[in-house]
Design a protein around this ligand. Structure first.
Ligand code: AHG
Ligand code: MN
Ligand code: MN
Length: 333
């Protein structure tokens, strides 16, 4: 079979749909190259001195792992000089990172969760990188956080890399979802799955069950109906999976269906859920919708939420359409 590289895919996609101009192609290739570098570090583990804590905290008060910091640096450095970006924003940086004056300024803005699934780094379980691409507002001169406050529907591209038994890159530019596998010997991304589609019906759910006592009634009801199995209201048995790396859980759902939930709960009304809208929920919601699934915060479509802060958190329900619609309807009752 003829191998199609990421570059060839991007060039041909531009020819067919005119939706990947040269600057965006450069952006995607640079991000993909950075993910290759991160994958290489991940693979070294203890031999590369990448495990353990960095001894610092990020703006969200989470202890930073060495790999959180390293991955953030890799993405920043890779994307600074190309002239394709105006600014970047990251889970690991309190405020936005405008492109330094010594480089030309481009028309895109990049957001990322440099290392998703930090609690899995030290135990050799799949982790990933998530990214989202926005266009800088027309006529913008010096980028500010306000320029990033665009709903997810405005994303021009989104993707993730998963560092698992294989390293894969899953990408959408608004025309379906494609998956590339890293050929480690050649150092190239090879198209291995075209037009990924999330199966409509599923018997698998993903949620951190240890928080059950804190959930709101709609989530309690939805999960207990699944747990009731064949003789319950759903009339079938369900299976549960929770990897605790959103990237890996979403990748499973893209591959064989399922629903992923990180709901808000009763603990702290000021903190609606755990996941961040701009660089976790939005890119994943775009990918999931492009693969025929759905993504809501329990009440509305994630991609329609008008952001108010860079590190804003949202409840997340995403995956197979019928399941997301069901749990969303329970919230409305
Ligand atoms: P991050 O490592 O970027 O902070 O994200 C971790 C997120 C997400 O990947 C995962 O689904 C969730 O946190 C796991 O939460 P629990 O620790 O509650 O399982
Ligand atoms: Mn994350
Ligand atoms: Mn992270």
């Amino acid at each position: 079979m003829k191998r199609v590289s990421l570059t060839q895919y991007l060039v041909e996609e531009q020819r067919l749909h005119d939706n990947i101009p040269a600057e965006l192609r450069l952006l995607i290739e640079v991000v993909a190259r950075a993910c290759k570098t991160i994958s290489h570090s991940v693979g070294k583990g203890a031999l590369g001195d990448i495990l353990g804590s960095a001894g610092s905290e990020n703006v969200q008060g989470e202890v930073q792992k060495k790999l959180d910091v390293i991955s953030n640096e890799i993405l920043l450095e890779a994307n600074e000089w190309g002239g394709h970006l105006a600014a970047m924003a990251s889970e690991e940086m309190e405020s936005i990172h405008p492109i330094p004056n010594r480089y030309p300024m481009g028309e895109y803005m990049l957001l990322f969760d440099p290392l998703d699934g930090s609690s899995n780094i030290d135990v050799n379980v799949s982790i990933g990188t998530i990214f989202s691409v926005l266009k800088a507002p027309e006529g913008m001169s010096a980028p500010t956080e306000a320029d990033f406050m665009q709903p997810g529907t405005q994303q021009v591209a989104a993707g993730y890399a998963v560092y698992g038994p294989q390293t894969m890159l899953v990408l959408t530019t608004g025309n379906g979802v494609n998956c590339f596998t890293l050929d480690r010997e050649m150092g190239s991304w090879v198209l291995t799955q075209k037009n990924m589609q999330i199966p409509e019906d599923t018997k698998e759910f993903a949620i951190n069950m240890s928080n059950q006592r804190h959930w709101h009634p709609p989530v309690q009801r939805y999960v207990s109906e699944m747990l009731a199995g064949k003789t319950g209201p759903r009339g079938k048995d369900f299976n549960m999976r929770w990897i605790a790396s959103m990237v890996a859980d979403v990748h499973r759902i893209l591959s064989r269906g399922g629903i992923f939930m990180y709901p808000a709960d009763l603990r702290d009304p000021a903190q609606p859920g755990k996941l961040r809208l701009m660089y976790e929920a939005n890119p994943m919601a775009m990918i999931v919708e492009q693969a025929g699934g759905a993504a809501t915060d329990g009440r509305q479509r994630i991609l329609d939420i008008p952001p108010t802060k860079l590190h804003q958190r949202v409840p997340v329900f995403l995956g197979s359409k019928s399941e997301v619609e069901r749990v969303t309807s329970y919230h409305a009752e």
